[in-house]
Design a protein around this ligand. Structure first.
Ligand SMILES: Cc1ncc(COP(=O)(O)O)c(C=O)c1O
Length: 439
């Protein structure tokens, strides 16, 4: 009998025993194509020798030292490399152990920034419906996914949520794509007015929405308008790139494609590529200066921040993503994957939309293509899809609640950047089998 507290008590899971490239193997020797990278984590696939070597070398030197006593070479080098590739104005890196921690640090830093610069009356965070920013209480409150929030709502700090930028679901007839983006961006301004024009700390958004809606990029002009509004009211723009960052959408930072300047960015997942648990919060030089010239310290911290072994792994990952050309491969092969999915399933009666960027793709399942009506949530279509795909040897990431947190189903695909064209055929053929069984 197991003493592990599992994610779900009703399922018996196979035991994973090894990974090699794009494949995972269970104890019975069954092979699975890892088309979800866990949850958009394993961007380098499994068993990467360079990352493993970097970890071993670091373990031989020093595994861990507390950041109140020491800095470390891998932390310094990782920060330098991240900043060299980060959007303009981003100047400092605070390393944590995962995505929720990165976003918690982002929220606390944003609040402390205003305390430091003498605007302590700023107390509201605005985020978007159908977003996910992590599972710890602070970021769970900021996330806009009703199903995840509901049981814990009495414990949550008040956050308000505006509409997401979700063209397939939100654009009205008679509205251009650009007009739609401006309309939903302008909800931010309305919300700032409602809360008080000097009372808002930050707006938080995922540049490409991940798990909750299935790889949904914003439309052109949306983030530019958001930035304008933030500038007008002195509100910080916090971009959550925990899932969509680190090359996943075809550029190292997803926000590069929006041509927008964030004040704070959260990253994780692909940063460690699964070889070590690591995330980071990056902030602008201006925010850092407010702390440096004010109290002198960020009132935050965890035991494992700046963990040398985790940083060494992340540095090796980042080197492969950038100097090794894997982000570029992700962009190129990602376009080909989109074309193949479109060709295979673009006319499928139960597939409403195929979207995303790079190797971050979403397939939205509907009961009726014409009306976009989703399946009845009680049918749990996403669960059957996950099960049948897994049986077919494909690990993908289906989820429900795509439309409003309750109804709707989608499949998220986030395969490793090392995949090649033959793997596209494998994904398409295993999805074909899956759809034939479930839809
Ligand atoms: C956009 C986004 N933010 C934050 C998180 C939380 O990250 P973690 O699970 O590493 O705490 C996730 C995880 O899926 C995510 O997708």
């Amino acid at each position: 009998m197991s003493h592990v507290f599992p994610r779900h008590t009703k399922y018996t899971l196979p035991m994973v025993t090894r990974g090699e490239g794009v494949y995972l193997y269970d104890q019975a020797g069954k092979q699975y194509f890892d088309a979800s990278g866990g949850a958009a984590v394993s961007c380098l696939g499994h068993g990467d020798p360079d990352v493993i070597d970097a970890i071993k070398t670091q373990l031989d030197a020093i595994a861990y030292a507390h950041t109140s006593f020491f800095t470390s070479d891998p932390a310094e080098q990782l920060a330098e490399k991240l900043i060299a590739h980060a959007p303009d104005g981003i100047d400092r890196v605070y390393m944590v152990s995962g995505g929720s921690e990165a976003m918690e640090a982002a929220l606390k830093l944003a609040r402390q920034y205003f305390v430091e610069i003498g605007e302590p009356q700023r107390r509201h965070i605005i985020a978007r419906k159908q977003s996910y920013h992590g599972n710890t209480l602070g970021v769970l409150a900021v996330g806009g996914n009703e199903w995840r929030r509901a049981p814990f709502s009495p414990l949550m700090v008040e956050t308000t949520h505006i509409s997401p930028c979700f063209e397939y679901r939100g654009k009205q007839a008679g509205e251009t794509i650009f007009e739609y983006g401006q309309r939903v961006a302008n909800e931010l301004e309305e919300e700032i007015h409602r809360l008080g024009t000097d009372a808002v700390i930050a707006f938080v958004a995922e540049p490409v929405v991940g798990a909750t809606a299935g790889a949904v990029p914003a439309v052109e002009g949306y983030f530019k308008r958001v930035r304008e509004i933030c500038d007008q009211y002195g509100v910080l723009l916090i971009l959550d790139e925990v899932m969509c960052g680190m090359g996943r959408t075809g550029t190292l930072f997803a926000s590069e494609q929006e041509d927008v300047r964030p004040d704070i960015i959260g990253i994780a997942k692909g940063l460690g590529a699964g070889y070590q648990p690591i995330g980071a919060m990056l902030c602008s030089g201006e925010i850092y200066a407010a702390i440096e010239n004010g109290s002198g310290f960020f009132q935050h911290g965890h035991t494992y921040i700046g963990h040398p072994t985790a940083c060494a792994a992340a540095l090796a990952v980042l080197t492969k993503l950038t100097d090794g050309g894997l982000v570029q491969n992700c962009a190129t092969i990602g376009d080909k994957l989109q074309d193949a999915l479109q060709l295979a399933f673009g006319q499928h009666l139960n597939i409403g939309d195929i979207r995303g960027r790079g190797l971050f793709r979403g397939i939205e399942i509907v009961q009726d293509r014409e009306t976009k009506r989703p399946f009845d949530p009680s049918r749990m279509i996403h669960k059957s899809l996950k099960k049948e795909a897994f049986n077919a040897g494909l690990a993908c990431y289906p989820m429900g609640g795509t439309v409003d947190g309750v109804s709707g189903d989608h499949i998220l695909l986030a395969p490793p950047f090392i995949m090649d064209e033959s793997h596209i055929d494998e994904i398409v053929s295993k999805l074909t089998t899956t759809f034939a069984k479930v839809l």
